[in-house]
Design a binder for this molecule. Sequence first.
Ligand SMILES: Cc1ncc(COP(=O)(O)O)c(C=O)c1O
Length: 384
Amino acid sequence: MSSWDNWLEAERERRVQSALERRLQVTEQPAEPIAYRGGARLVNLSSNNYLGLAGHPLLIEAAAKGAARGAGSGSSRLVAGNDPETAALEEKIAAFKGSEAALLIGSGYLANVGVLAALADRETAVFSDRLNHASIVDGVRLSGAQAHRYRHLDLDHLEELLRNSNAGRKLIVTDTIFSMDGDVAPLAELVELKNSYGALLVIDDAHGGGVFGPNGEGYAHELGLAGEIELTIGTFSKAFGAYGAYVAASRAMIDQLVSSCRTLIYSTALPPSVVSSVDVSIELVRVAGDRRDALRKKFEHFRTRLTGLGFDTGASMTQIVPAIVGVSERALELAQTLEERGVLAVAIRPPTVPAGQARIRFSLMASHLDDDLELALEAIESVL
Ligand SMILES: Cc1ncc(COP(=O)(O)O)c(C=O)c1O
């Protein structure tokens, strides 16, 4: 056996022993309220297609029309990949977000990694909520900045770290809606703190976009704070039902990123089908008030019922509702039993969540039928 075989075997053994083995599973209709695994019908509580737009006929039509221009974009935006549709889409995103400019990037992961690595360097101190998404963690690491992780939502801890730092430039970064907890960042207080300490505030609105704001503009719009935040990153892969991501910021900031964001510069531009579907998804999100209302009713009802059953749903206030159960084995067992009873809800384990806080993560969609949610709640009750 080579040293690589030994290593692979030891790693596999370690993962299995600690219930951290991950497996790809084939799921049909993965973004629909009802999905199928091995032919079994499952109420899908694992998709981020929050508004139910991924299967919208107009989005599918837009993707097909885009694909007629070619299946791939052929090169990076900075080479020849910046077609007229992509350039026009950026203007549309800026108008939608109410920002001076916008930049389209391959995915939310690429946006976070690229933007943080481009803006921060060794002279910069970055202050990041401890439960921020992995792509933020990776971006901070890659930047080589002085990294400070503050306790989740703990403004006193953040202020202490800001006060003690004498870095030339300071940057605070937070998820708006935390992806595994469904709780929300205290944006008003973060704006105050960043103003007091001359820091830049970067928000990742992956789970807020489409769902919050009068027209789905995002969580900062919901709170009337969009104008106070220097840089917003968001993704079109969740409530928008498509793919790709954006940065909304000042023209000067976007110009800086165009010349320095390596995940933009060294990666092929999004394909025409995606550009066209994002374009239409913004229109659909704008007028999706009824879907937003339906989603809110569903997640509030679902969370209330789960808490009523005795589950720890943490501080969830959104469409992401965790049932925190503790050890990974328990979470895996629950997910397995739920699947046997017709519910698709995945177990989330470390390192995605802190050790001892494994959970089932439920995510709600506007397109869930009340009867199906009732079936799911009954199945959840039956596994207790
Ligand atoms: C908070 C957060 N940021 C970024 C991402 C990455 O976005 P994308 O899936 O578009 O790469 C995700 C999830 O995937 C997320 O939950």
